[in-house]
Each structure stands twice: as C-alpha cells, then as structure tokens.
Ligand binder design. Structure first.
Ligand code: 1CP
Length: 333
C-alpha cells in the first residue's frame, strides 16, 4: 500500500509521508522555464505532455510520497465555458458567466473541453516515478469556485458588495457545480488519481451561519460521491472557523489544516488523519528554524495519523534546497 493510503486508510501513525501544496510550481526554475515559453496558463494546463512533465518535476528532485497533478481549480469554470485568463502579477480574471448557456451544457462537451487534463493524469499515474506513490487529483470546492465565478477575480481584496444579492442565481450555479465536479472527480479517478483533495481556499470568508448552505452540504455531497468510488478524499477548508465541526459534518477521510490554526486544538478535537499546517514562510528562513518547526508538528502528531504538508501553497520565492532539507528532516524523523 502507498504511504498516504497507509495513513489515511490504515490510520498508521509510525510513518510520516510528505508532499507539499503547489509542489509543481513557480519555486522550481525548470517550471519557470516551461512557463516562460508558455505564457498562456490555460493552454499549458491543456498540454498533456507538459502538464505531466511539470507534475513529475518535483518528484525528480525530492523524495515526495505523492504527485499532485499540475492543473488548476479554475479549469472547471473554463470547462463550463466561462472564459478564464491568468494575468501576470494579478491572478485570474474570469468573464461574466452566462447561466443560460451553462445550464444547457452536457457532460460530453465538458469532458471534451478539458480532456487533456485526464490524459495528463493517465501519463503521470503510469510513470515509474510514482510507483508505490499516490497520484493526487483535485477540485476546488463548490464555494471557492462560486467565489471566482461571481467575483470574477481573486477575492483577496474582499467579495463584491452585491455578491449574495441573487440567491436564485447562486443556487443554480451550485447545482451546476455539483454535477460537473462529480464528473471531473470521476474522470480523474478513472485515469489514475487515487486520492482526491478538495481545495476550499476561501472557506474563511463566510460567516458561521452560511457554512451549512455554502460549504457543508455541497462538500458533503462530493465527499460521499468520491468515497463511493472507493477513493479517499482530503478536504482543505482553509481558515474555516471550526475544523472540528467541519469534520463531524462533512466526514472527509483526512483533513488539511492551514497555518493559522493552533495544531494543539486539532490534536485535541479531531480523530481523523490530519495533513499539513507548517507555515510556508518557514521555508524562507534557515535550516535550523525549518528543522525546529517541522519537528514541532511531527512531535505533536506522533501518535496521530499524519501526512506532512504545508498550511498553504509553497511560496514562489522558496529556495528548492530548503524544500529538499524539509523532506529529509521529515523522512529521518
Ligand atoms: O506561473 C503562474 O503564474 C501560474 C501560477 C499557478 C500555478 C503553478 C496557478 C495560478 N495555478 C497553479 C497550479 C495549481 N493551482 C495547482 C497545481 C498542483 C500543485 O499543487 O503543485 C493547484 C493544486 C492549484 C489550486 C488552486 N488554484 C487553488 C487552491 C489552492 C490555493 O492556493 O489556495 C486556487 C485558489 C487556485 C486559483 C489560482 N491559480 C493560479 C492563481 C494565481 C490563482 C489565484 C489565487 C488567488 O486568488 O489568490
């Protein structure tokens, strides 16, 4: 069995597998070189050979236990015919969505539009570099995708004032998202993904009273769907106010935690396997600090099934040598 499955399914506590969010990305010079030659990010995600190559880049350098497929959560709105563009030094920009056309879209058209993503997963999972390792497929959670699809850009500077005005529209989008996210998950699994991670990067933007409607119910539906396909699912509801309540209601197979939550609170309240937590900024410091901070998490979770990861994506300015040092520290614990 792969190390991540040992932790998630068999609840092993004596091993600490490691992978890191955004491990296929901008901190690697070999990625930046490919990116320079491919200024259109969506087209890069639709290039099955290059996506597979980028996915494997970190595994060539470091002893990671899993590959996460190089793609983006915004390939979903793209597949639903809402145009998505990535502007340099700004982030994603989406075109206004056309709900009438979106409602008419069928499964075949959607799958055709993003088919190279699945082919890339197949290539990765067939590669000898991931032998005895996991291929992680992923989706954005319905709430986080809804945020981008209505807000049309990153909500870093807050949601639009009128974001919640049209509840009828929001509910229609959530239903469409549920349908196509299931299709997206199923196709990733059929092509070799053996873990699914659900990224809810903007879970922290919601008030407590809105969690059942926008997060718990739609995410629970996806978690149940994925479990029925026999594949474990990790949820990462970043900056959610109550991880314990989330786990009790949504019941993922493992929970990813962000770096703002005190891990001691997690260890005392949560029974399921835990992933992540370390602040990605720690990787910008020195080896001594990295070791100390990594061991803090390892000590704390030494009797709890734990997958080592960061509490958010690795920062672009990270020195790959420090990533290597982190992996070695975790492996030799
Ligand atoms: O070179 C570039 O400029 C592109 C940078 C980049 C990369 C490398 C983007 C743009 N996406 C990705 C890849 C990516 N995105 C992966 C690949 C696999 C890996 O982890 O190595 C994954 C899993 C994602 C997921 C993703 N995309 C999330 C969820 C995780 C998170 O970071 O919170 C989100 C929110 C996005 C949207 C997105 N993609 C890219 C940008 C700049 C953004 C916007 C972020 C924001 O709104 O602040």
């Amino acid at each position: 069995m792969t190390p991540l499955h040992e932790v998630i399914i068999n609840k092993k506590t004596k091993i600490n597998p490691i992978w890191i969010m955004r491990q296929a990305g901008r901190y690697l010079p070999e990625f930046r070189e490919i990116r320079r030659l491919n200024p259109n990010f969506i087209n890069l995600c639709l290039n099955e050979s290059l996506s597979a190559e980028i996915t494997l880049q970190p595994l060539k350098r470091f002893d990671f236990d899993a590959a996460i497929i190089f793609s983006d959560i915004l390939m979903l709105p793209y597949g639903l015919n809402q145009k998505v563009e990535f502007k340099k030094n700004f982030g994603p920009i989406l075109e206004n969505l056309n709900i009438k056309n979106m409602s008419k879209l069928d499964e075949i058209d959607f799958v055709k539009k993003i088919y190279p993503v699945y082919k890339a997963i197949k290539k990765v999972s067939d590669n000898s570099l991931v032998k005895n390792k996991n291929t992680i497929g992923f989706v954005g959670a319905p709430w986080t995708l809804l945020v981008y699809m209505i807000n049309l850009q990153s909500p870093k500077r807050n949601l639009k004032k009128d974001f919640f005005d049209d509840k009828f529209l929001i509910n229609r989008i959530l239903l469409i998202l549920e349908k196509f996210l299931k299709i997206h998950i199923k196709n990733q699994i059929e092509n070799g993904a053996n873990i699914i991670q659900i990224f809810d990067s903007w879970a922290g933007l919601l008030d407590e009273k809105d969690l059942p409607n926008y997060i718990y119910t739609p995410t629970l539906n996806l978690v149940d769907f994925t479990k029925k396909l026999g594949v474990p699912v990790i949820c990462f509801p970043r900056e959610i106010k109550n991880y314990k309540e989330f786990c009790e209601i949504v019941k993922p197979d493992a929970i990813g935690i962000d770096y703002n939550i005190d891990p001691k609170k997690i260890i005392n309240g949560i029974q399921i396997p835990v992933q992540g937590g370390l602040n990605p900024k720690i990787l910008l410091t020195d080896k001594e600090t990295i070791k100390k901070e990594a061991i803090k998490y390892l000590d704390l979770f030494k009797d709890h099934p734990y997958i080592f990861n960061l509490g958010h994506g690795v920062l672009p300015e990270t020195n790959p040598e420090m990533v290597d040092y982190l992996v070695k520290t975790v492996k030799s614990y």
